[in-house]
Design a protein around this ligand. Structure first.
Ligand code: ATP
Length: 240
C-alpha cells in the first residue's frame, strides 16, 4: 500500500492554546481512518492543519510524498484534498444542484463534471428528488449528504469529514456511514473521519487514532480498538 498522508510531530497553537502537541499519524491510500476524541481534543485542528486553514508551528505534513505545510489552502484543494466541515455549511438559498456544482470549482472539463454529478445523484437518490429545491428546505441528514456530494464534486483523493453524524437522526447516521464506506470503495477515495460518535467511526474505519488534549493516546486497528477496555471506558460508555 502506498502512503498517502504523513503527519509528523505536528504542533499547532491558537494564540496561547497549545492545540496539537507533537501529533504523528499516517494514512495509506484507500484507507478509512478515524480520529476520535472528546470535544476540544484537537480533532478539527488536525483537519485545519492538513487543509492549510491553520499554519502549524512545527513538524511536517506530507501528502503523496509532497510537503503540504507552507502551501496555501487553494493549492491544497488542487492536490486532491476535500474537506466537509463540521456543521453542514450549505448555501441555504441556492438549489441542491448549484450547491453541488460549487464543489467542482477547481475543475474545467464539463463532460467529466457532468459524469461526477450523475454518479453523486445515483449514490444519493434523495438529492436527485430534491435537485431543484433550495438547500434550506432539506433535512439535516439530506444536507449532510449534499455537502459530502459537494466535496466529491472536486474528485478528491482524500476526503476529510468533520463530524458527519453530528445532529443527524440515528437512521440517517447509518445511511451516511454506509455511504462513506461505499464512496471509499467505489471511488477509491481515502477518508479521514473525525467523529465523536466513536462507535460508528470505529465500525466503518480500518484504523483509528484516539486524541486527548492535543496528543494521540491510543492508535491501532479499529476492530481491536472497539474491544479495548480503555476505549470502551473513555469513548464508548455513553453510547449504545
Ligand atoms: P470539537 O469536537 O469541539 O470540534 P476538536 O477535538 O475538534 O473539538 P479543536 O477544535 O481542534 O478540537 O480544538 C482544540 C483546542 O484548541 C481546544 O482547546 C479549543 O478550545 C482550541 N481552539 C480551537 N479553535 C480555536 C480558536 N480559533 N481560537 C482559540 N482556541 C481554539
Amino acid at each position: 500500500m502506498t502512503e498517502m498522508l504523513n503527519f509528523k510531530d505536528v504542533e499547532l497553537f491558537y494564540d496561547h492554546v497549545y492545540a496539537l502537541k507533537g501529533v504523528s499519524m499516517t494514512m495509506q491510500q484507500g484507507e478509512i481512518v478515524a480520529l476520535i476524541g472528546a470535544n476540544g481534543a484537537g480533532k478539527s485542528s488536525i483537519l485545519r492543519a492538513i487543509t492549510g486553514l491553520r499554519k502549524i508551528k512545527s513538524g511536517s505534513i506530507s501528502f503523496m510524498g509532497e510537503r503540504l505545510d507552507g502551501i496555501n489552502a487553494a493549492e491544497i484543494v488542487k492536490k486532491g484534498i476535500a474537506m466537509v466541515p463540521e456543521g453542514r455549511r450549505v448555501f441555504p438559498f441556492m438549489s441542491v444542484k448549484d450547491n453541488l456544482l460549487m464543489g467542482a470549482f477547481t475543475r474545467t472539463d464539463k463532460a467529466e463534471i457532468a459524469a461526477t454529478l450523475e454518479s453523486i445523484l445515483t449514490r444519493f437518490p434523495r438529492l436527485k428528488e430534491r435537485y431543484h429545491q433550495q438547500a434550506s428546505t432539506l433535512s439535516g441528514g439530506e444536507q449532510q449528504m449534499m455537502v459530502i456530494g459537494r466535496a466529491l464534486m472536486a474528485k478528491p483523493k482524500l476526503l476529510l469529514l468533520d463530524e458527519p453524524s453530528l445532529g443527524i437522526a440515528p437512521k440517517l447516521v447509518q445511511d451516511i456511514a454506509r455511504s462513506i464506506v461505499a464512496i471509499s470503495r467505489d471511488e477509491k477515495v481515502s477518508v479521514l473521519l473525525v467523529e465523536q460518535n466513536s462507535r460508528m467511526a470505529l465500525s466503518i474505519s480500518k484504523r483509528a487514532y484516539a486524541l486527548s488534549t492535543g496528543s494521540i493516546v491510543l492508535s491501532g486497528d479499529s476492530k481491536s480498538l472497539i474491544n479495548d477496555d480503555r476505549i470502551k471506558a473513555a469513548y464508548l460508555g455513553a453510547e449504545v
